[in-house]
Design a protein. Structure first.
Length: 308
């Protein structure tokens, strides 16, 4: 019989210097994230980064995030325990801590299919969205950049955004608010200030922002696209083409999280030559989540810390 370790761990927010261990644990599960994503989101809500820490050794044994999106709304993710210690009560103790943080607020999460029934039927996340996130990925040899846009199509202007560009930050925050229907300035600022990867902004017509996208180094290997928000698929094609063309890790593999709530999101990934791998259902504790503009969502920001 496996011995419980619930009494051997302290559950508390992770310190900045401990976040790297949460990255290790997530990588150990074979799951994707950007190499700096956890550190960046920790800055937006450090109390929401929960860890299980061995009382004797100080080793981080598990992680769970409950990140505040806005008043009355949280997103739960990064829920994992070191593989060798799974099934020993650590995860449930972290989960209880996270749910106490959420309190009476609404919360969402992405349910790995094999655990959907647990979240839906036993953990209180009974409202399952009528759409799925889809994990897409392919090795570089299968990527078909040439299918995205015509070389002669100059209707969209792209500009790379660098850390510290406050003028562009304002444009991105405003555009992101159109997507999510609430403001996420801290999340967009930390995304822009990432020194890994590339962030491209699209303009068309009168010079108004028509979308933006980010590509990062994947903790597994290769490149991870997200977020990718755009007015339409044509703008998204331009952004994606530029991101994948100019980022060296993409020459290994490219991964993106699309959503079938916007069919053009999946179409875009398939035009790039990415393979549809797995559907990930979205669950909420309650209805009444702010209605995002699905038509503008072509790749999720992150599956662990953000609604879209």
């Amino acid at each position: 019989m496996t011995t419980s370790m619930a009494n051997q761990v302290a559950i508390r927010p992770l310190r900045t210097d401990e976040v790297r261990y949460a990255v290790e644990i997530w990588k150990e599960q074979g799951l994707e994230e950007g190499v700096n994503t956890l550190q960046l989101w920790h800055k937006t809500d450090p109390e929401g980064f929960i860890g299980a820490v061995d009382k004797d050794t100080g080793e981080v044994l598990g992680s769970c995030a409950a990140i505040r999106q806005k008043e009355g709304l949280y997103f739960v993710g990064l829920y994992a325990v070191r593989t060798k210690l799974q099934g020993r009560g650590i995860g449930m103790k972290m989960w209880d801590y996270a749910m106490k943080r959420v309190g009476d607020s609404n919360a969402g999460l992405n349910a790995v299919p094999k655990h959907l029934s647990n979240y839906r039927d036993r953990a209180g996340f009974s409202h399952v969205a009528p759409w799925n996130t889809w994990v897409y990925a392919s090795p570089w040899k299968d990527v078909t950049l040439e299918k995205l846009i015509s070389a002669s199509d100059d209707s969209v202007t792209l500009r790379r955004c660098y850390p510290g560009d406050d003028a562009t930050l304002s444009l991105l925050v405003d555009y992101d608010e159109k997507v999510h229907n609430f403001r996420r300035e801290n999340a967009i600022r930390t995304t822009m200030n990432d020194d890994d990867g590339c962030l491209m902004v699209a303009f068309k017509g009168s010079g108004a922002c028509a979308g933006f996208g980010k590509i990062s180094t994947n903790i597994q290997e290769g490149a991870l696209v997200g977020p990718l928000y755009a007015d339409d698929i044509m703008v998204a094609q331009h952004i994606l083409h530029s991101l994948v063309s100019d980022f060296a890790p993409a020459r290994v593999t490219v991964t993106a999280f699309a959503m079938d709530g916007n069919p053009d999101s999946c179409r875009l990934c398939e035009e790039l030559g990415l393979q549809r791998l797995m559907a990930v259902p979205r669950c909420y504790r309650e209805t009444g989540v702010p209605q995002a503009d699905f038509s503008k969502i072509f790749a999720h920001h992150t599956l662990n810390f953000s609604l879209f």
